[in-house]
Design a binder for this molecule. Structure first.
Ligand code: UT7
Length: 333
């Protein structure tokens, strides 16, 4: 039995925050943001939208495109760094509730921007073991809820959104998720961190006054390690599976910074046409960035059944990972 990525779906909030809007909020310019990141605009969820609402809408699309009923889903996993609630209930449980899914395992994972690659790894293992048949995986983020809009080093980068997929079981090896490699190293934890609101710095007046509830990033240090790690990941997974870069139909890197994507793409000799690029319109949506980019390709008919996708992610923790995945979705809307 193999695991297959049967469908993809996405949801982006309607509100657009442009670089010009940010010029009015912090000391920055459209020119600086565009040149250093490639980002032009990002989506921001409204005050009455929470992460599970975004995840729910992306999931509805993925379920419909997979051609299954919600009662056929036997597990729901959500990757998020901006959950509805800090400890419980999980965002996956909230998504399940909104979908009307009952009596199946639902839980969140914390792997920051590598979340979707971790989800694929988990879902693949559950399906291949025979324990589950139709797993809903969701990367959903309302990152705007943990951003300090007075901190120009982070507020220009991130946006809200969600992506979801159905991973099901198949006997057809040509549809299979080939491989996933993923790792973490907590020694780099401080470089990209939301220091407050956990057991280390609990929600207290002094911690909130110090803005510890917001994400902090040592951008330049993260940048350098990201380029190296994302490149090494790809080399490792291709070598391990004896696959050449030419055999990859589409490269879907985490959308954190256009310069990072360019550096990795050119080192690995992937053409621009073969590389997914949504950074300019969505910014960095963390765990949602890869499935949102995949959905973009799907809706623009740039991936088709059987295409070999190479996913590549890096994020806080640090976490990182790559996946070789055949696109096994069949229905175009
Ligand atoms: O998704 C998880 C992984 N995340 C990433 O991979 C993000 C990695 N990092 C980055 O994408 C980039 O490091 C940033 C876009 C965050 C920053 O770009 P950079 O080229 O590394 O700039 P820098 O941090 O070295 O800063 C250069 C200058 C500094 O000024 P001085 O010290 O040279 O006078 C900053 O203070 O740019 C300044 N700066 C800004 N200027 C205008 C920093 N942020 C801004 C801003 N607008 N928003």
């Amino acid at each position: 039995m193999y695991a297959a990525l049967r469908s993809i779906g996405s949801y982006v909030p309607k509100n657009i925050l442009t670089n010009y809007d940010l010029e009015k909020m912090v000391e920055t310019t459209n020119e600086w943001i565009t040149k250093r990141t490639g980002i032009k605009e990002r989506r921001i969820a409204s005050s009455d939208e929470v992460t599970s609402d975004l995840g729910y809408k992306a999931s509805l699309q993925a379920i419909q495109r997979a051609g299954i009923r919600v009662d056929e889903i036997d597990m729901v996993i959500c990757a998020t760094l901006s959950p509805d609630y800090l400890t419980m209930p999980s965002t996956a449980a909230m998504i399940s509730k909104k979908l009307g899914i009952k009596n199946v395992m639902a839980f969140d994972i914390s792997a920051a921007c590598t979340g979707f690659v971790y989800l694929i790894s988990l879902a693949k293992a559950f399906v291949e073991s025979g324990a589950k048949k139709n797993i809903l995986i969701v990367g959903a983020e309302k990152i705007s809820s943990i951003i300090d809009y007075e901190d120009r080093s982070t507020c220009i980068l991130f946006g809200d959104g969600a992506g979801a997929a159905i991973i099901d079981s198949t006997e057809d090896k040509n549809e299979a998720i080939l491989d996933v490699i993923a790792s973490a190293d907590g020694n780099y934890g401080d470089l990209l961190i939301t220091p407050g609101c956990g057991s280390k710095n609990p929600i207290r007046e002094d911690n909130v006054k110090d803005k510890l509830q917001y994400m902090k990033m040592a951008g330049n240090e993260v940048f350098k390690i990201a380029v190296k790690t994302l490149t090494n990941d790809v080399i490792e997974i291709l070598q391990k599976n004896n696959i050449s870069p030419e055999e990859i139909d589409i490269f879907i890197p985490h959308q954190a910074n256009f310069r990072i994507i360019e550096a990795v793409r050119s080192k690995l000799n992937f053409s621009v046409e073969k590389t997914a690029l949504t950074i300019s319109k969505y910014g960095n949506t963390s765990s949602a960035s890869i499935p949102m980019a995949m959905n973009d390709l799907y809706e623009n008919k740039k991936i088709k059944y059987g295409d070999l996708m190479l996913l590549d992610a890096f994020g806080g923790g640090f976490t990182w990972g790559s996946a070789l995945v055949r696109f096994a979705g069949k229905n175009f809307n």
